[in-house]
Design a protein around this ligand. Structure first.
Ligand code: R5P
Length: 302
């Protein structure tokens, strides 16, 4: 039986692109908000015995889109689908993947439990902040690397490139990226202020970067602080050109302006998170993740 794809309100354009790669259209679902902001969902398709995909990026406003997604899952599950598959191009709460200080919650695990409680059978997601999040799930998780969509852009540069990891936590991701392209790697040590979210205390470059084109590889851009500070440090160390490649453009506040005015020469991101037109700037280059996700979905319904 033909599968059905539903999309929440977080990134409808990406969802439509994914569906169109699969030569399908999005299923009809009614999502309304009551005056007090409560959400109500009703699926308007017969899902019985079908494979159903629900696409939603858990981006800003995270709680709103998370709740909408969970309610969509419940509405579908009640229609007795064959399998219900969550497609989260951006997985919210992923940065809270461990307890940094006593008394903190383990939010990434709570979200995993919610997804399983609603009854999803499988999850496809992209560039998790940390691979350890997969371990919070009992259901199978297909974890895709969004950074692969930048391989061709790197090859086209034809320059003396070094890959940079912007902090120790991102080392494995940058290592994989550098190894796949057979490029050298350098490291930035980043110390965050745990009492003040997004505040960076210190950064130090370790490795050979002088006269090279440095590509900083990260999972997400939020305030732009990590990249801006890293770019200044790298230029101080004699880097010729700095490019930032991050899967998720979770821009908040003035991130667009910070990045445009920074010493970064180019910013490559994907469309896992919808970027409003007003947040576009000339250094920004957006590559679509739609083909990568669609081909994974296709394998599942073959
Ligand atoms: C942090 O550990 C992440 O991997 C990113 O580096 C971070 O989320 C980027 O945030 P911001 O743009 O606010 O520095």
């Amino acid at each position: 039986m033909k599968p059905i794809i539903f999309a929440g309100n977080s990134n409808p354009e990406l969802a439509r692109n994914i569906a169109s790669h699969l030569e399908m259209e999005l299923g009809h679902v009614e999502i309304i908000r009551f005056a007090d902001s409560e959400c109500r969902v009703r699926v308007e398709e017969d899902v019985e015995e079908k494979d159903v995909f629900i696409i939603q990026s858990l981006s800003n406003p995270v709680d709103e889109f998370l709740m909408e997604f969970l309610l969509m899952g419940d509405a579908v599950k009640r229609g007795e689908p064959r399998r219900m598959i969550a497609v989260l191009p951006y997985h919210g709460y992923a940065r809270q993947d461990r307890i940094h200080r006593p008394g903190e919650c383990l939010s990434a695990q709570v979200v995993a439990k919610l997804i399983e409680t609603v009854g999803f059978d499988k999850l496809i997601t992209v560039e998790l902040h940390s691979e350890s999040i997969v371990g919070f799930f009992k259901i199978p998780v297909i974890h895709l690397s969004g950074l692969t969509v930048f391989y061709d852009l790197v090859k086209k540069l034809n320059e003396d490139v070094v890959i940079i990891t912007p902090d120790a936590g991102a080392l494995k991701r940058a290592q994989r990226f550098a190894e796949s392209l057979d490029l050298p790697l350098a490291l930035i040590e980043k110390k965050r202020d745990l009492d003040h979210p997004h505040k960076i205390l210190n950064m130090r470059v370790v490795g050979e970067v002088k006269d090279k084109t440095a590509i900083i590889v990260d999972d997400a851009i939020v305030t732009g602080g990590t990249l801006m500070n890293a770019a200044y440090k790298l230029k101080e160390k004699g880097v010729r050109k700095v490019i930032a490649a991050a899967t998720h453009a979770d821009f908040v506040g003035g991130a667009d302006k910070i990045l445009q005015d920074s010493p970064i020469d180019g910013i490559w991101v994907t469309d896992t998170i919808d970027i409003p037109q007003v947040k576009y700037f000339s250094k920004l280059n957006v590559s679509s993740i739609a083909t990568l996700i669609a081909s994974e979905m296709k394998k599942m319904v073959k």
